[in-house]
Ligand binder design. Structure first.
Ligand SMILES: Nc1nc2c(ncn2[C@@H]2O[C@H](COP(=O)(O)OP(=O)(O)OP(=O)(O)O)[C@@H](O)[C@H]2O)c(=O)[nH]1
Ligand SMILES: [Zn+2]
Length: 217
């Protein structure tokens, strides 16, 4: 079982084993946030954008922005505890409507929405809150929605060895609504499945029905 040490916002990012399983590697591992350097870069950015960084209104802005990004890129630590499935529960467990915020790796703008996470247990169950915590763990990174979706599936497969996993994520990307195409209100829906949720159409349909019951369209 993986355990996560306590970290300060902006300290070296804790990595769950599934990151390596689901596509990352030691070479992609982010370095700790250097807040002084980040603040200096924000000051440069403001100047490049034609703003007067000597203005008293902007005096603390570089530091605030550096702190905000450090916070948004640092998940809260958690211990992904699991326990024996003594009763032999063999149906879907679904936590629907888990709210999350992430940062698009293309524009550094937020994308936010809900994740629906389900699995069919094997020998182990996981604490329900951990399904929300693992979404946050992978969301607090520079992301694309497809990778986030697959990382949550990979983590559950790796951690629990369940009979199957399903994850659906619905989000609005501010880079699509505030700028560029300015398609306000559009939602991107991604999904990833493994095991019986992938292979068995009835199990997948039941998972999607429970997602809808939990708020999915
Ligand atoms: N597949 C995927 N694309 C994303 C995600 N977040 C943002 N994007 C897209 O990434 C693309 C980047 O496209 P580029 O053409 O390089 O950048 P751009 O000129 O800013 O594109 P526009 O947004 O169309 O103005 C855009 O189409 C975004 O909508 C994501 O999570 N998944
Ligand atoms: Zn974007």
């Amino acid at each position: 079982m993986t355990s996560i040490e306590l970290v300060e916002p902006g300290a070296e990012r804790p990595r769950l084993h599934a990151v390596e399983v689901a596509g990352g590697s030691e070479t992609d591992r982010p370095r700790p946030v250097d807040r002084d350097r980040a603040a200096a870069a924000v000051a440069d950015l403001l100047e490049a954008l034609g703003r007067d960084i000597r203005s008293p209104h902007l005096a603390d802005t570089p530091r605030r922005v550096a702190d905000a990004f450090a916070e948004m890129l640092t998940p809260r630590p958690f211990a992904p505890t699991s326990f024996a499935n003594d009763e032999g529960y063999d149906d879907l467990v679904v936590v629907a409507g888990i709210p999350f915020d992430s940062l698009c790796e293309h524009h550094l703008l937020p994308f936010s929405g809900v994740a629906h996470v389900g699995y069919v247990p094997g020998d182990r169950l996981v604490g329900l809150s951990k399904l929300a915590r693992v979404v946050e763990h992978f969301a607090r990174d520079l992301q694309v929605q497809e990778r986030l979706t697959r990382q949550v599936v990979g983590w559950l497969d790796d951690e629990l060895d369940p009979r199957g996993v399903g994850v659906v994520i619905e989000a609005e990307h501010l880079c699509m609504s505030l700028r560029g195409v300015q398609a306000r209100g559009t939602r991107t829906v991604t999904s990833a499945y493994s095991g019986v949720v992938h292979d068995d159409a009835r199990t997948r349909a039941e998972f999607l029905a429970r997602c809808r019951a939990g708020g999915a369209a």
